[in-house]
Design a protein around this ligand. Structure first.
Ligand SMILES: [Fe+2]
Ligand SMILES: [Fe+2]
Length: 186
């Protein structure tokens, strides 16, 4: 029984958005007079806040990390404080994005987007390759069953199917908007 498969699938989706955000930030740096990033960033930010933070990070913080903190799960080292600190750094980048948007500073926005993207790539790599295998190895079957039940409650609360469908559609729109804009300037 695996308790991190769904979280890893969410990572793959978050990484797709992160790459797309980076492409928008690259475009903004190349064409600083373009308002594309300022126009579209609120949609990325909504994805980050709703999917990456309230949905994914909440499942980690409220459930996975809580179970991993139980005695005997982690035997060698405890990476949980570092993971929580990185969630905090991610939230700080998001408030930088809000500030940059409010003051319409494209450059500041691009820097925050790229900082967030880099942080998340490294964070996800650590979770997929270090933290999640520790959870799979260290948790008992009873703990895993209880954890899966806890995830199911969060997914029900957030209407997970609707969230996935909404953000898949938005991803396609954002990709199309970027391609169309690039085609008009090249
Ligand atoms: Fe995380
Ligand atoms: Fe994660």
């Amino acid at each position: 029984m695996n308790v991190t498969d769904t979280l890893s699938q969410e990572h793959q989706f978050i990484l797709q958005y992160v790459t797309l955000m980076q492409h928008y930030a690259d475009f903004a740096e190349r064409y600083p007079e373009s308002i594309l990033l300022l126009q579209q960033a609120p949609r990325f930010i909504k994805f980050i806040e709703e999917f990456a933070d309230q949905f994914h990070h909440a499942k980690e913080e409220e459930h996975l990390f809580r179970f991993m903190a139980e005695p005997s799960v982690l035997t060698h080292c405890n990476p949980l404080p570092q993971m929580l600190a990185e969630h905090g750094q991610a939230r700080a980048f998001v408030s930088d994005m809000h500030e940059a948007l409010a003051s319409k500073q494209v450059n500041k926005l691009a820097v925050a987007v790229k900082g967030y993207a880099q942080l998340l790539k490294e964070h996800i790599f650590k979770e997929d390759n270090i933290l999640y295998p520790m959870a799979e190895r260290g948790m008992s079957d009873a703990q895993k069953a209880a954890l899966l039940q806890a995830y199911a409650e969060t997914e029900q609360k957030h209407d997970s199917a609707a969230i996935w469908a909404h953000y898949h559609a938005l991803q396609a729109e954002l990709e199309q908007t970027l391609t169309q804009t690039i085609n008009t300037v090249d």
